[in-house]
Ligand binder design. Structure first.
Ligand code: GLN
Length: 187
């Protein structure tokens, strides 16, 4: 059956996730209001600016329903800012957002400005995955139920806990769809 993936589109790099998922046969649904949350098989929280996204999710009435759906097991993939939204703990910020996943993250972990770079690395046993980092956070702590799926220079940059997947990097801006395929396999 075709999978319907909601893409949170309040701010940030949502169009790239739509394109990547459609290339591998999924149907994507742009989410800007809570009516659009019906009938989804999974949800993507894209990169962008986590502070702005957190405010917009609340203002648009998406925050509570999304939080409940993910807590109840809806597969969710947070990229970069989306990872910050899912994290229970943010090392260098007093704000907390959805705070569901048992990870601690460091925002702008590589510095603020000259901090965008590309590496190739291993993700979940898949070799040579292109990993663009754009003012990215990294994962500085994980709870016992969290599996680290990628490391860059000794820092965790992708992880999974049950129905939640996060990457600090942006596979949606590359031609490689393997991270998105991995996410669809979680449904
Ligand atoms: N630096 C951004 C934040 O803290 C995340 C950057 C991104 O999503 N590319 O929200």
């Amino acid at each position: 059956m075709t999978k319907r993936i909601g893409i949170c589109a309040v701010q940030g790099a949502f169009a790239e996730h739509c394109a990547a998922l459609e290339r591998i046969g999924a149907v994507t649904v742009i989410i800007r209001g809570k009516e659009e949350l019906r009938g989804l098989d999974a949800l993507v929280l894209p990169g962008g600016e986590s502070t702005a996204q957190g405010l917009l999710l609340r203002a648009l009435g998406l925050f509570e329903p999304m939080r409940k759906m993910i807590k109840e097991g809806l597969p969710a993939y947070g990229t970069c800012a989306g990872m910050i939204l899912l994290a229970k703990d943010i090392e260098n910020d007093s704000r907390r957002h959805l705070a569901i996943m048992d990870i601690k993250v460091r925002r702008n972990g590589y510095g603020r400005q000259l901090s965008s770079f590309n590496v190739r690395g291993t993700f979940a046993g898949l070799d040579d995955v292109e990993m663009p980092f754009i003012r990215a956070p990294y994962i500085s702590g994980t709870g016992s139920g969290v599996e680290v799926l990628a490391e860059t220079d000794g820092l965790a940059t992708a992880a999974r806990e049950n129905n939640m997947l996060v990457t600090a990097f942006h596979p949606e801006v590359t031609d490689d769809t393997r991270v998105h395929e991995y996410f669809l396999s979680m449904i």
